[in-house]
Design a protein around this ligand. Sequence first.
Ligand code: GLP
Length: 234
Amino acid sequence: MEIIYAKNKDEGSTKAYEIIREALDNGAEVFGLATGSTPESVYEKLVASDVDFSDAVSVNLDEYIGLAGTDEQSYRYFMEQHLFNEKPFKASYVPNGLNDEAEEIERYEQILAENPVDLQLLGIGQNGHIAFNEPGTSFDSVTHKVELTDSTIQANKRNFEKEEDVPRYAYSMGLSSIMKAKKILLLAFGEEKAQAVKDLVTAEEPTGEIPSTILVNHPDVTVIVDEAAAQLIQ
Ligand code: GLP
């Protein structure tokens, strides 16, 4: 696991932007993308650049169940606003939060099988979740329906008018789906991520209570942290 220390979120996002561009220049065709506040400025930098994703495919990690892609709180909408509208891909896949569970799982696993991810961008939850794989998620998990933990609902409610509006369920790529990516780029910015960063980078082996630690077994992981997120490991 390579750790890149950045001064702040902006510097960290620039490094992430450079790694994504380099991957594209080196022939990466499928980009696994993430939502949340963490990758926002990476997307801003991509939008401001002359990068061209029109021959590439994107596959997103997760989506709230019950929200249509046109809903402003959906992850599909987030991706359109932050990236896809300005930098379209040949195809962009996001789980469909309105689809029936069994159908959606089958559909998304098929998409992942046909589009093996070259570079997967990840954020991290304060409890160590990646995508919506909450503590206790099986390391063998593929795309599945998730009940969000209270800590995730609390963390995500800032994006909603009121807490009751935060969906309780989501579809998420599983931990084993994420591990199939050739390269993983995890970003963590801000002091609220410091414990999660410490738990990840000091883990010697994966532990089910901290889903991110599955990455210890991945051969190509880069973690970019800013000073605030790195405060417990330096
Ligand atoms: C959400 C998303 C994750 C994201 C995490 C952190 O629950 N499902 O993909 O990494 O929260 O979000 P943020 O980047 O806003 O801190």
